[in-house]
Ligand binder design. Structure first.
Ligand code: EPU
Length: 452
């Protein structure tokens, strides 16, 4: 961690104002990989300036894709005319920096017949294996060789469509299958697929490129392989994780924040929980301009309506459930709710470690190995602290905090903003992995923060 990688947060001021979210981190990075499959340039709008985008851009450029800025702020153009092999040493510069490189497998096998994937990075929120990815790739006919430097993949007989059922509806493994099946020979049927809005948006992109993909009921996706794909022009769905993070910050600080660009449809489950704990929101829909605000960009305004927040029970789940990435920011607001709130984390086995820091600040959160308040999940008998009981309301006080991962990091920031006194938050640069210009946004919302 660099010595200046710290933020002094003077808490106790409600966040107030308006900020804007751009394309979803967890779609944009995959859309960039999809551009590799085309035989013509692709254009992507609303790309946020975040670390994950830089990593994927770097990897694309190493493989001969020309990436340039388009005419609009946040527009990127990808020209895959000269895709070529990159050296393992150069690729390894990106080792440990993101999880997206694993999604290069299918596109690189189609374009070059070989792929080298460095060690993956991403947040430490559980073991995060890639067994589903590798199993699926082998079903398509890929040969995977694990070496100390990374994974080498080849497809000596090409890639052929297959029938595959995921043991769990993994987002990444579903994307892996999509990005591989679109140009594999024949038909692929994927069962128990993830159907997150970011996946549907990736399917839209692939369809624009010429793919034939059908989403059936009950998590079944059918892909008819095609021999060639062209480029795409696409404006991605907005970042619903960032939007919910700012919503939670508004609630925890008793503030009022309008998140321009946020979409109601992708956030319905979050909005229901937000309302049931006592938060207020208004959809500022551009299709129904408000009096006095003609033609204004829409979004969602989130605020604390006064009085006390109410405790709730929630369980994280795959879509359309409550997203695991919404959990950490919201728990900070739940420390301010009267009564006992229960959170059952069913997507990642180690995503509650950050609650220790909240307890240090005065919260009362107890974590349990049992599946609390919901149906038993995969982690029930495996000794993981994956349920939490939050007793509130608690007065939070300032503390020195070290950010462990991206979403937990944002929750530390929210806690520091809600607490009395000055906190020092170390490792804040990690937040740049997924939140564009978060310091400028904090300033726009009236937060008192500074790099000491
Ligand atoms: N899993 C396996 N084997 C696999 C793949 C996944 O056991 O081969 C397990 C994971 O360990 C986890 C569960 O399946 O317990 C779900 O993982 P999934 O594959 O769905 O997650 P991911 O694709 O690695 C993406 C997002 C995460 C988000 C999850 C769930 C990206 C880059 N990351 O991860 O976002 O939490 O889906 O929605 O899209 C974040 O943005 O901070 C973040 C962690």
């Amino acid at each position: 961690m660099a010595t200046n990688d710290v933020l002094a947060v003077h808490g106790g001021t409600p966040l107030q104002g308006r900020i804007r979210v751009r394309g979803a981190k967890n779609l944009v990075s995959k859309a960039m990989v999809a551009a590799l499959l085309g035989d013509a340039p692709s254009r992507l709008f609303d790309v946020p300036r975040i670390r994950d985008v830089e990593v994927v851009r770097g990897l694309l450029e190493l493989h001969g894709v020309r990436v340039s800025d388009g005419g609009e702020d946040g527009e990127l153009v990808f020209d895959p005319a000269n895709v070529e092999r990159a050296s393992t040493d150069e690729i390894n510069v990106h080792a440990g920096s993101s999880r997206i490189p694993i999604l290069f497998c299918g596109p690189l096998l189609h374009r070059l017949g070989h792929a080298f994937i460095p060690d993956l990075g991403g947040c430490h929120i559980g073991p995060r294996p890639i067994d589903f990815h590798l199993q699926a790739l082998r079903e398509f006919g890929a040969v995977v060789e694990k070496t100390p430097e990374g994974l080498h993949l080849t497809a000596p007989n090409g890639l052929r469509g297959t029938k595959f059922e995921l043991p769990y509806p993994s987002v990444g493994a579903t994307e892996q299958v999509l990005l591989t099946a679109v140009m594999a020979e024949g038909v692929t049927e994927l069962r128990n697929a993830a159907v997150e809005p970011e996946i549907v948006d990736l399917i839209c992109i692939l369809q624009k490129m010429g793919a034939i993909i059908t989403v059936h009921t009950d998590r079944v996706i059918e892909i008819q392989g095609v021999p060639r794909l062209s480029g795409y022009t696409h404006r991605p769905i907005p970042d619903r994780i960032e939007a919910a993070s700012w919503a939670a910050a508004a609630l925890a600080t008793r503030g009022d924040v309008e998140v321009l660009g946020a979409e109601q449809g992708d956030m319905m489950t979050f909005l229901n929980v937000f309302r049931s704990v006592g938060g207020a929101y208004e959809i500022t829909d551009p299709r129904a301009p408000r009096a006095g605000h003609p033609g204004q960009e829409g979004g969602i305004r989130f605020w604390h309506p006064g009085g006390e927040l109410k405790a709730t029970a929630l369980e994280t789940d795959v879509h359309p459930g409550f997203m695991t990435d919404w959990q950490q920011p919201l728990v900070v607001a739940l420390t301010q709710a009267r009564g006992l709130s229960i959170v059952h984390e069913t997507v990642y086995e180690q995503r509650l470690g950050y609650t220790e820091a909240l307890n240090k600040m005065g919260a009362t959160i107890q974590v349990y190995r049992d599946c609390l308040g919901g149906t038993p999940c995969r982690f029930g008998r495996r000794n993981f602290n994956h349920s939490a009981v939050i007793a509130g309301p608690s007065k939070l006080h300032a503390a020195d905090l070290v950010i462990p991962d991206l979403r937990a990091g944002f929750s530390h920031l929210i806690a520091a903003l809600a607490a009395e006194g000055t906190s020092r938050v170390y490792g804040v640069d990690l937040i740049n992995r997924g939140y564009e210009d978060f310091e400028a946004k904090l300033a726009a919302l009236g937060a008192h923060v500074e790099r000491p």
